[in-house]
Design a protein around this ligand. Structure first.
Ligand code: F6R
Length: 614
């Protein structure tokens, strides 16, 4: 939530910062702003709305500077207007600061500063930081970087901060705690900072992922120095980025979301590549291999996640319990962390997170760790906070997901959970080698089957056109298709703003059935398998109330076709793998409906991709 980017060096800072903000816009798009240092002057430009508003405004001015900081905001404290946009500036105009996170004790700090004569312009929690730094710097007669270090001892909350001062034109200072910050070391003696590596990769692949309570002081003459907030110097751990620039472009697609939906044959393949061998009959997630016995012997596996990742967790619960006969609980990270959960040392807590930065998921892991549980992660973003605090983990290797609505990350997470379930089941002996062979062969066939689902896009677009004006929708599924129904409903509501609910198909008659009338589309996963007949009965119940049925069926199905208003066929597959195929038509359907309704598909209102506040 909120994206920050900064540059200092020999190049013009503004184009670099602006481009970086566009890359980080998925993190929030309520306002954007920059502060630039040039010839000892500090200039600030900020605008409500998207980065393009800032660009239009700023390009009317003669902007230049060798150092700049920029921010794209997802509003927490205060309306999304020009005044509340970052950067925030000290009263004498010398220091500018950007921040991602939340200062929890901002109210008491603000009152103290007001009593000392500070005048606040904005309603943000961030403005206290810049006045606090200014206050400490003046009272203790220290430079602004040292003042920031001291200030952080008074701050409660989460932050990634970058500050500049016109009195120190060759310096940038950055700090982080619980909000991500990556530092790029340029080839020209220049430096970059950003909330993730996407604004940096174009210029350098040498990066340092800042750790909690670290402060980076960048000086154009002295280079980079890293400290902890206790002022002890640390050695920066420089890593090589594996991200490729092309992965950040739309590649000819109209939207990132569509591109990411179409990438799934490749992203699923990348996810299981090297992790299974059907001929030799083995499956292994190397990253967590040494924890396999621990998981098999665990009291229970607790999956913590939010949103789409939580839905993937539910699919995982079905797979692991059914195949490996290990007790699994799936928890909303935000609930888990605050309800004093009972956690034992022989519990294994697995966090699922695309971004690896979700504040609630991170906090749930920290809680579990403090109680002695083993903590593992399934993340997409390499080097993210969750991937760094966990004992071990597996990456989904889906590549950057830029559309705010999660698509390929979900199928990547389900793929990892399938591999995990098979690994544990085979090791524990709850499935035979022959079942393992069959499942692995089926999994290997999934990328091509996803391709075939994508070929039904034109048909799905037509269905979207029929139902684009609906005001409500119901999604139904049973077994591991229930989480797919939840995910289908979430995709529709978040990008098209149509109210939608996902339900276990049999639960419909305990309430939601009252909503059904001739205008209500009901999307049902009715593929061949154990509960097929039961789902058919649920479809009959809907038809009796004149609801419109759009069913996802197995290729060649005739029975449901007779009952449904529309069917979308997916190739036959093992029942355990249906979620990997059945999710895709729902992604396309939501995408087309959102486009037809004129919604901003990649950046839906009020949302941000990386939810780094609780
Ligand atoms: C929905 C969506 C969100 C995320 C949720 C968790 O399309 O993207 O519901 O799934 O915010 O995010 P991660 O997976 O980054 O922890």
């Amino acid at each position: 939530m909120c994206g920050i980017v900064a540059y200092i060096g020999k190049k013009e800072a503004f184009p670099i910062v602006l481009k970086g903000l566009k890359r980080l816009e998925y993190r929030g798009y309520d306002s954007a702003g920059v502060a630039l240092l040039s010839a000892g002057e500090l200039s600030v430009y900020k605008r409500a709305g998207k980065v393009s508003n800032l660009e239009d405004f700023a390009t009317q001015h003669n902007i230049s500077g060798h150092a700049g900081i920029g921010h794209t905001r997802w509003a927490t404290h205060g309306l999304p207007n020009d005044t509340n946009a970052h950067p925030h500036v000290s009263m004498d105009g010398s220091i500018a600061l950007i921040h991602n996170g939340i200062i929890e004790n901002y109210d008491s700090l603000r009152k103290e500063l007001i009593s000392e004569g500070y005048v606040f312009k904005s309603e943000t929690d961030t403005e206290v930081l810049v006045h606090l730094v200014d206050n400490i710097s003046k009272k203790e007669n220290v430079w602004f970087g040292e003042a920031l270090r001291i200030a952080l001892h008074h701050v409660v909350g989460a932050y990634a901060i970058v500050a500049i001062s016109k009195n120190y034109p060759n310096r940038l200072v950055a700090a982080r705690k619980s909000s991500p910050l990556v530092l790029g070391i340029g080839t020209d003696g220049d430096f970059y900072l950003a909330s993730d590596a996407t604004p940096i990769v174009e210029y350098t692949k040498q990066v340092v992922y800042m750790e909690d309570e670290e402060i980076a002081v960048i000086d154009l003459e002295e280079g980079l120095k890293l400290y902890n907030i206790g002022d002890q110097q640390k050695t920066p751990y420089i890593q090589q980025l594996e991200l490729e620039l092309e992965a950040l472009e739309k590649g000819g697609y109209e939207h990132f979301m569509l591109k990411e939906i179409y990438e799934q044959p490749r992203s699923i393949l990348d996810c299981f590549r090297g992790r299974l061998n059907t001929d030799e009959g083995w499956v292994s997630l190397r990253g967590i291999r040494e924890y396999e016995d621990k998981m098999i012997q665990a009291n229970r596996l607790i999956i913590v996640a939010c949103g789409t990742s939580w839905h993937a967790g539910l699919v995982g619960e079905y797979l692991i319990e059914d195949l490996a006969r290990i007790n699994v609980e799936v928890e909303y990270a935000s609930e888990f962390r605050y309800r004093n959960p009972i956690i034992h040392e022989n519990d294994v807590v697995i966090a699922i997170s695309q971004s690896g930065e979700t504040a609630d998921t991170l906090a749930a892991l920290e809680l579990a760790k403090s109680k002695g549980a083993t903590i593992l992660g399934i993340c997409n973003v390499v080097g993210s906070s969750i991937s760094r605090i966990t004992d071990a983990g597996s990456y989904t290797h889906a590549g950057p997901e830029i559309g705010v609505a999660s698509t390929k990350a979900f199928t990547g997470q389900v793929t990892i959970l399938t591999l995990l379930a098979l690994t544990l089941a085979h090791k524990k002996g709850t499935i035979t080698t022959s079942v393992l062979h069959t499942m692995l062969a089926e999994l290997e066939a999934i990328p091509n089957k996803v391709k075939r689902v994508l070929e039904t896009n034109a048909h799905i677009e037509k269905i979207a056109n029929t139902y684009k004006d609906a005001t409500n929708a119901l999604y139904l599924g049973r077994g591991s298709s229930f989480p797919v129904a939840l995910e289908g409903a979430l995709k529709l509501k978040e990008i098209s703003y149509i109210h939608a609910e996902g339900y276990p198909a049999a639960e419909m008659k305990h309430g939601p059935i009252a909503l059904i009338d001739e205008n209500m589309p009901i999307f049902v996963i009715a593929t061949q398998g154990n509960s097929y007949e039961k789902v058919v009965s649920n479809i009959q119940e809907v038809k009796a109330r004149k609801g419109k049925i759009i069913a996802i069926v197995t290729e060649g199905d005739v029975h449901v076709r007779e009952l449904a208003d529309e069917v979308i066929e997916i190739p036959e597959t093992n029942e355990y793998l249906v979620p990997l195929l059945a999710t895709v038509p729902f992604q396309l359907l939501s995408y087309h409906i959102a486009v037809m309704r004129g919604c901003n598909v990649d950046q839906p209102r009020n949302l941000a991709k990386s939810v780094t506040v609780e």
